[in-house]
Design a protein around this ligand. Structure first.
Ligand code: NAP
Length: 434
């Protein structure tokens, strides 16, 4: 029997478990560990609460968790409760599927001022991540700025601009819904350091901005290259750019605006103890398509700045880490003997949820090539891990525990909402009578 530990129960973790189950059948036991008693990682804490259709993929993960060879071991923090070296003693292979939970830094003066928030924190706040339950983003000013031209920037701008009614059916947590409902923000400036052709926004996500109840997107056609130039773009990108161009035709007079400010590179953030202004430099594209400053600067007044410029993984002691890439050093998923990385921990924060499926299958293939099905291992697996955790006073949880939490969250839901998430670790444990 082989024993495999997957650290992290987000999409990459579940797809890898599914692949290992398929590769080994009853020749292996796969344990999915998570530091929380609740599974799904990015699906629960990252995917926007008003994108419930994307979150529905968790039903597929439930099937994986239900399969005979797979177990969920929650409430165990790798690095704190058990080390990677200890897991490698207990398991034939350890696969890190820990995602990229931290915001990349802007690295500009003023970043530490109040009101400057990384997208991981802001997204975590409205999605009920326990680390950000007390974030309390300042929503009393009229202007916010979102830095970045990717889908996360769109998520943040949209969440700041929606009406309370538009959150019906979502699982946005109550504290965020109430705060956003009372928000004074009327203008969200989306700062892109390059131009419309360089956006990393997908058509569906971008298109949504054109149909909001109280807010309208604003673009300046002077920022765009001639329309014929769009022909050189790949089809998806061309679609996005067309949607963006068409925003110029919107003739509404809604009370909120989302302004796309292209060729605008943040230089510094200024304010007396808290953010008041972001100073940006006009840019142009250099020969390689990168943003080059023109020397012209201007100020965007704003009391809330969300930087949505990408994520990085959290380093784990003893595991080689690629600081620049914000991921674990690995070759095609292999970090070291019997130690692997998958998903964002492997390749950095890119791609859709579905990208993690082939990624997980590829890493499972690597594992299977190194220790073919049918060959025996003599590691202790979950039994050994549970003994070790018990000796340290750590009480792991299982999938039945998650189901209890899930039932309670569903029972607490606002009308029309699938759940009201508990936002404190303690609340999860209390639900379990711990
Ligand atoms: P992303 O797609 O990599 O976009 C990051 C953006 O930040 C880019 O526009 C980048 O501009 C900009 N940027 C980076 N460094 C910057 C700096 N120092 N100053 C100013 N701008 C900077 O990352 P993301 O938006 O965090 O999304 C992560 C992944 O999740 C993506 O694959 C995304 O598609 C996916 N996602 C999907 C959905 C969905 O499908 N609904 C929702 C959310 C996220 P440059 O291009 O100039 O580097």
């Amino acid at each position: 029997m082989r024993h495999f530990a997957i650290v992290g129960s987000g999409p990459a973790g579940f797809y890898t478990a599914e692949a290992l189950e398929k590769a080994y059948g009853d020749q292996a036991r796969v344990d999915i560990l998570d530091r929380y008693p609740v599974p799904y990682g990015l699906i629960r804490f990252g995917v926007a609460p008003d994108h419930q259709s994307l979150k529905a993929v968790s039903k597929r993960y439930d099937k994986v968790a239900d399969s005979a060879g797979v177990d969920f071991i929650g409430n165990v923090s790798v690095g704190r409760d058990v080390s990677v070296a200890e897991l490698l003693e207990l398991y034939d292979a350890v696969i890190l599927a820990v995602g990229s939970p931290h915001s990349r830094k802007l690295g500009i003066p003023g970043e530490a001022l109040g009101g400057v928030i990384g997208s991981a924190d802001f997204v975590g706040w409205y999605n009920g991540h326990p680390d950000y339950a007390d974030l309390d983003p300042p929503l009393t000013g009229t202007h916010a700025a979102v830095i970045g031209n990717g889908n996360v920037a769109l998520d943040c701008a949209r969440i700041l601009s929606k009406s309370r009614r538009e959150f019906e059916g979502s699982d946005i947590v109550g504290h965020a819904l109430d705060a956003l409902d009372n928000s004074a923000i009327r203008t969200v400036t989306i700062l892109g350091r390059r131009g419309p052709h360089q956006i990393a926004m997908t058509p569906k996500e971008l298109g949504e901005l054109g149909h909001l109840e109280e807010a309208q997107p604003v673009v300046d056609l002077n920022d765009f290259p001639p329309r014929e130039a769009d022909d050189a773009l790949e089809p998806g990108q061309r679609k996005s750019v067309t949607i963006l161009r068409d925003f110029a035709d919107i003739r509404a007079n809604k009370r909120k605006t989302m302004i796309f400010d292209f060729f605008a590179k943040p230089l510094r953030i200024e304010g007396d103890g808290k953010a008041e202004t972001i100073v940006v430099e006009r840019t142009e594209l250099d020969e390689k398509g990168a943003a080059r400053g023109t020397g012209e600067t201007y100020e965007v007044p704003t009391s809330l700045i969300i930087s949505a410029i990408g994520y990085s993984s959290a380093p784990i002691e003893g595991v080689p880490y690629d600081e620049r890439g914000g991921k674990f050093l690995n070759e095609g998923g292999r970090i070291a003997d019997r130690l692997y990385a998958v998903g964002w921990a492997r390749r950095g924060p890119s791609g859709t949820i579905g990208t993690n499926r082939p990624d997980g299958y590829e890493v499972a293939d690597l594992v299977a090539a190194a220790m073919p099905s049918g060959t025996a291992g003599d590691r202790a697996g979950a039994a050994g891990l549970k003994r070790l955790l018990e000796s340290r006073g750590v009480m792991p949880t299982d999938y039945d525990d998650w189901r209890k939490i899930e039932e309670n969250e569903a029972a607490n839901a606002r009308p029309g909402s699938p759940r009201e998430k508990f936002v404190r670790h303690q609340q999860w444990l209390q639900t379990l009578g711990r």
